[in-house]
Design a protein around this ligand. Structure first.
Ligand SMILES: [Zn+2]
Length: 153
């Protein structure tokens, strides 16, 4: 139940590239963490309801999915635009910079860019950085997918 963070649950090639990237980050003291890998339907339903349904409904869905309750202010914004997330087949991984041992969600653009551009050199497509993104830069900074036509393929 809850959020799945295991890299093992990703599709094999995405898992392989993610591990190489994480290893590089460890070796170079770049502090990042995995936020989510594979996503179950119940979790996607709860995410999709956020910002669209009343708080009570959202928190019922979240409870069913094994997630913690959110607040009214958190429920004032949407967090996904789809019920067909690439996470649901293990084709996406969310990676966040860390600060003081916690995800650094509001890190400055330069920090996100460092991670995003670096990950792209390992064949992870940083969707927020350009390719495939439809909601504007910064909307979904932690989101990475398998880069097509990666030279290392
Ligand atoms: Zn994602």
């Amino acid at each position: 139940m809850g959020i799945i963070k295991s890299v093992d649950r990703l599709q094999p090639e995405l898992a392989r590239r993610t591990r190489i990237f994480l290893e590089y980050c460890r070796e170079h003291a770049i502090d990042v963490c995995i936020i989510e890998t594979l996503r179950r339907l119940e979790v996607q339903e709860a995410y999709y309801a956020q910002g669209r349904k009343p708080l009570e409904t959202v928190n019922e869905l979240r409870k069913k999915a094994g997630l913690w309750a959110i607040t009214e202010s958190e429920n004032s914004r949407t967090v996904t635009n789809t019920m067909k997330s690439r996470h649901m087949e293990g084709n996406a991984v969310d990676i966040c910079p860390m600060k003081n041992g916690k995800p650094w969600w509001n890190a400055p653009d330069e920090v996100w860019e460092e991670i995003g551009i670096l990950a792209e050199t390992f064949g992870l497509d940083w969707c927020a950085g350009g390719y495939g993104q439809t909601w504007g830069k910064g909307w979904d900074n932690p989101h990475f997918e398998l880069m097509a036509n990666f030279p290392g393929n």
